[in-house]
Write a protein that binds this ligand. Structure first.
Ligand SMILES: Cc1ncc(COP(=O)(O)O)c(C=O)c1O
Length: 370
């Protein structure tokens, strides 16, 4: 059994994908070729936003809008410590300060009450200027954007949705991509909509932000490739990866439904999975359960392994306790919910091609643990 089965998926798209790749080999526009622009149009259509701007990774998709807004030293950017490191890293790269906010025990997404308290604290201290919030849609579940946007309006903050794991998810029928000022997704192969390398995309309805992001992804250039108008980076996307995403997009909605069925099947037997609020549709990037203690979690992982069932811990280390972020001065117990989750959570296999038999054998192994 695979934690993630990309081979079965590839069999479905292999022929049309080869055709597309052969076309690229013929036309030779390997970077920012026609497939890249075709994909951008389809992505924008898919989530109902004006601009979809592809780029080199999900990390750059977060970094580029922050650069466009001029986020830098002295600015506070609020996010959670229970996410992939890239979310906080982009803040630090720019010399701004990540200010962590704990997550809800139920959804693992940013706790809005604690977010407002943290913003007030930063304002009271007066050392940093609150600038933006990066809510993370963890494991594919969108964060609470109505509340987050209300808070952002109140304190005049930008919202950048870390939708690396949630592309395809929705709230009340509205697709991920339009909840903040801007959203960033990743096409890393393990993501629900992945390519065969690195890639990402930025989504926004803001014309001038879109123009700045497009410039930043190509070294700050606008009309002349060899005359930079601002500091940018090499954030371009390549045509072969765009072709992969284009082909995967043709089966994406069907795969989302298949993930949804697998999620439902798991939940028939399990009551300790991530809570999905009513009207919130997850993209089911990962299926995670929380055990009663670290010992129980680790025993379970061992047992699964013995039964040849793969599992992964996302995330073993909350970011505030990583060596790279020591300089921020956080310590153990600062974010008890995140810290406890990192000790007790485990992700079970999740992909569209898991069968009922797979689920049955996973559930049997889980029972053995009781
Ligand atoms: C929550 C989150 N943010 C950002 C990223 C960064 O995306 P990438 O690996 O494409 O740079 C990831 C990817 O794993 C992620 O899971």
């Amino acid at each position: 059994m695979e934690f993630l089965d990309l081979k079965t998926q590839q069999k479905r798209i292999r022929k049309p994908l080869e055709k597309r790749i052969n076309k690229i080999l013929d036309h030779g526009a390997y970077i920012m070729g026609p497939e890249v622009f075709e994909l951008e149009e389809k992505l924008a259509d898919y989530c109902g936003v004006k601009h979809a701007i592809s780029c080199s990774s999900g990390t750059d998709a977060l970094l580029i809008p922050l650069m466009a807004w001029g986020v830098g030293p002295g600015d506070a950017v609020f996010t959670t410590p229970f996410t992939y490191v890239a979310t906080a890293e982009v803040i630090s790269i720019l010399g701004a300060t990540p200010v962590f906010v704990d997550v809800y025990e139920s959804t693992f997404n940013i706790d809005c009450e604690k977010l407002e308290l943290e913003i007030k604290k930063v304002l009271q201290e007066g050392k940093l200027k609150p600038k933006a919030i990066i809510p993370v849609d963890l494991f594919g579940l969108p964060a609470r954007y109505r509340m987050i946007n209300d808070i952002a309006d109140k304190y005049d903050l930008k919202v950048i949705e870390d939708a690396a794991q949630s592309f395809g998810g929705s709230i009340r029928g509205k697709k991920v991509g339009i909840f903040g000022d801007v959203a960033a997704t990743s096409f890393y192969p393990a993501k629900p909509l992945g390519c065969y390398g690195d890639g990402g995309a930025i989504f926004t309805n803001d014309d001038s932000l879109a123009e700045e992001c497009k410039a930043i992804r190509i070294h700050g250039t606008k009309t002349d490739r060899y005359n930079s108008e601002r500091i940018g980076l090499n954030g371009r996307f390549d045509s072969i990866q765009a072709a992969v995403v284009l082909e995967k997009l043709t089966i994406f909605d069907e795969e989302l439904e298949m993930r949804d069925i697998i999620n439902d099947n798991y939940r028939k037997y399990l009551n300790n999975a991530q809570y999905h609020p009513k009207e919130y549709q997850s993209a089911h990037a990962l299926f995670s359960i929380v055990l009663g203690s670290n010992e129980k979690r680790n025993t379970l992982i061992d047992r699964l392994q013995k039964n040849k069932i793969p599992s992964v811990v996302y995330y073993k280390f909350p970011i505030h306790l990583m060596k790279a972020f020591e300089y921020l001065g956080y310590k153990k117990k600062d974010f008890p919910v995140s810290e406890n989750l990192s000790q007790t959570i485990v992700s079970l296999p999740m992909h569209p091609y898991l069968t009922e038999n797979h689920i049955t054998s996973i559930i049997e192994s889980l029972k053995d643990n009781e």
